[in-house]
Design a protein around this ligand. Structure first.
Ligand SMILES: Nc1ncnc2c1ncn2[C@@H]1O[C@H](COP(=O)(O)OP(=O)(O)O)[C@@H](O)[C@H]1O
Ligand SMILES: [Mg+2]
Length: 256
């Protein structure tokens, strides 16, 4: 066996079986030590390759998602704002809404955890192998309107193709670039036709969207599609950001 190892390693490299390559020596030792039947060893080796490919796929999905942190609901403190729709958040976290092709609209006060929950759901979707696009909406709009047509098209394709699109902090700034309203309408309309899920978070109540878009008809069209199959979550409560800022300030005052 030992003499054949370099040949096997070369073959594994040629066949791009890096998962097998990484664990082969261990599996050989394991089999020798326990007189494991060949098929059992072979099955373990194949599983090593499958595991490696799966974790690579998940890592790739994460890199492509636009998420910059791996947030989960584990670190979320539900006692801080007891009125948050906890059950509805966990319901979304099951990701059934993606399979159904329905949407979620998370509206409420700043700092109450809307983005945190949306990112945690998006990350859970990545872990389950879904194609996710997370966008900080303002930043996306600004970059999009400045980018050349070819780049716009590639970007749009990824956004329309994904299983889940997260538009975080929609209308954070009260004004959006000229073409952004039409872009938003097109995105929501296309994904609606394809029954692909969208999660939107916003500090702005839907009644005001027309004003931010500068077009009430467009706002109605967007909301009509978005809310047809939709989970509505309202986040009411205190700002966790302010709590953190107050704690930092208190610490600094104590230190000085
Ligand atoms: N209940 C909570 N438990 C733990 N961290 C929280 C909670 N609510 C908010 N945060 C944290 O506070 C910060 C602001 O929350 P964020 O989700 O951005 O609020 P929003 O999007 O509603 O304005 C983030 O760092 C987030 O992780
Ligand atoms: Mg937010």
């Amino acid at each position: 066996m030992t003499t054949a190892l370099p040949d096997i390693e070369r073959a594994l490299r040629l066949l791009h079986l890096s998962g097998v390559r990484d664990t082969l020596e261990t599996r050989v030792l394991q089999a020798q030590g326990t007189q494991q039947p060949f098929l059992e060893t072979f099955a373990l080796i194949l599983q090593d390759e499958l595991d490696r490919r799966h974790s690579r796929l998940i890592e790739r999905r994460y890199q492509q998602s636009g998420l910059e942190e791996k947030l989960t609901l584990t670190e979320f403190d539900w006692s801080f704002n007891p009125r948050l729709p906890r059950q509805a958040c966990f319901q979304l976290h099951t990701l059934k809404f993606i399979a159904e092709g329905s949407n979620a609209l998370i509206i409420g006060k700043p700092g109450t955890g809307k983005s945190h929950v949306a990112k945690a759901i998006a990350y859970q979707a990545v872990l389950q192998g879904y194609k996710v696009q997370y966008l900080e909406t303002d930043d996306f709009f600004n970059r999009y309107v400045l980018s050349p047509p070819a780049q716009r098209e590639t970007r749009l394709r990824a956004i329309l193709d994904g299983d889940l699109l997260v538009l975080d902090d929609l209308f954070l700034s009260r004004t959006i670039p000229d073409d952004a309203g039409a872009l938003l309408q097109m995105l929501i309309h296309q994904r609606y036709k394809l029954r692909r899920s969208v999660v939107v978070t916003s500090n702005r109540v839907v009644q005001d969207w027309g004003a931010y878009l500068g077009d009430n008809t467009m706002s109605t069209t967007i909301l009509d599609r978005l809310m047809h199959h939709c989970h509505l979550l309202e986040f009411d409560g205190r700002s966790y950001r302010l709590k953190e800022a107050a704690e930092t300030l208190a610490r600094k005052t104590k230190e000085s």
